[in-house]
Design a protein. Sequence first.
Length: 551
Amino acid sequence: MSIDSQVGAKKDSVSSVVPTILVAEIDERSTVTSQGAIVEGDDAALARLGYKQEFRRAFNPIEVFGLGFSIIGLFPSIASVVVFAIPNGGPVAMVWGWAICSFFLLFVGCALAELGSSAPTSGGLYYWTWTFATPRWRNVLAWVVGYSNSIGLIAGLASIDWGCAVQLMAAVSIGTDTTFVPTTGQTYGVYIALLICHALVSSLATSVVAHLQGIYIALNILLCFAIIIALPAATPNELKNTASFAFGGFSNFNGWPNGFAFVLSFLAPLWTIGGFDAPVHISEEAANARVAVPWGIISAVGIAGILGWAINVAIAFCMGTDLEAIMNSPIGQPMATILFNSFGKKGTLAVWSVVVFVQFLMGSSILTASSRQMFAFARDQGLPLSRYLYRVNSHTHTPINAVWFSAFIALLLGLLAFAGPSANSAIFSLGVTGQYTAFIIPIACRFAGGKKWSPGPFTLGKWGLPVVLVAISWMMFSIIIVAFPTSPMPSAPEMNYMIVVLGGWIVLCLAYYYFPVYGGACWFNGPLANIGEDGNMDAVEDEEKVFKDVQ
């Protein structure tokens, strides 16, 4: 008999025996309410999914939110990708493009939150795919989602750390009065150093990583309000724009028709409000995961949408009208140029140091999420070297091998920077498309697979299908948009190589899956239950003991 059926049968028997018991703790894993319903604890909920508890549940609900919110980063992220918004719409793209994307991304967040509440596990996306897809396709779809989710998170790490390296170099340029112009090699050297630092931070004990989230939240929000308040106050009157320019000014530097240029600017908010599946990947380290994970996702997306819109409005009012000068500044970073024009050299260096530090924190958070995804996929034997990646350090109780492996793949991905700016922008696009590919499949399988849906504490109810249809449509539209090159009729160096990188990754993972004899098709069977690895099904017995004690 399956684990679910054994535990489910016990639940039914308990419900019939104790219909009027007052609220009482069964043990640390389950609770019986006054109506006789069983409210599962975190360990019990994870056991029902087939996994034993291997991490320490050190993340409280605020810290779960903090991980997703710190990956979004807001102002540092906006600073990294404003280079995509200014040439493709200027203020209109920054203000209204952000508002449109934020609205639709909330649908995506709600769809993921509902799945995360139903089955909270670190490998959530591919686990949900395998659970809800039809038997014929579930193995290969779960395989594709696992690899897409992995490359999407690693590309997110690579783009965050590359943005941070560029920001550091911009600070040096400002400090030397723009006499220093960094080379790609120098920036890549800083990038490597950042990856090493992030790997060290993400290897710390779970409790330390969790407690850091409070600092991350505070710094992010304080930086947002500092920009919203201080930037207008410090900007000279000659650089302050009218409301008509801030809300209606349009620029188009790349040759696309204006309407399509505006749509291409969506890459900025799409990349900024990304990585919000991070709470899913730490769900095995979160207390009250079935509630904390969905609300961590929704609150991160919602708050980021509102605060980010306010930041973009403040920038649009304070950036002046000479947008070409901002893009061509010797500082080499458009947002640093905007701050320099308003705060001057010393003020900009002070603000920029906080921006760079917060961007650094983003990198440590997304590496934490990426390593948990890697660990979970290796636990189910989905990755090469799975036997080494599926290990929890006995001292820190964190998957250190998975942390360093993720950082190493990001290091290799950063080599795209040497192929030119267009190839480098593919890293940012890959972070969006890799994640959306991994989002679309499980969300669609939840309705198309045919398996009976068992909602968690957070559920959309009758609105589930409409929300999912909007979310999937938006993500498919976004993938198409971010695949376009910067300008029409591009030369080879100006091409958007995102589709080459993502396509190559998918081709390789499918080739590995279908490879004769040794491929995943021969041995990968989706999630592997490990709660009975020692042969005595101890987790199931613990569950049965819980119900016997109640009886």
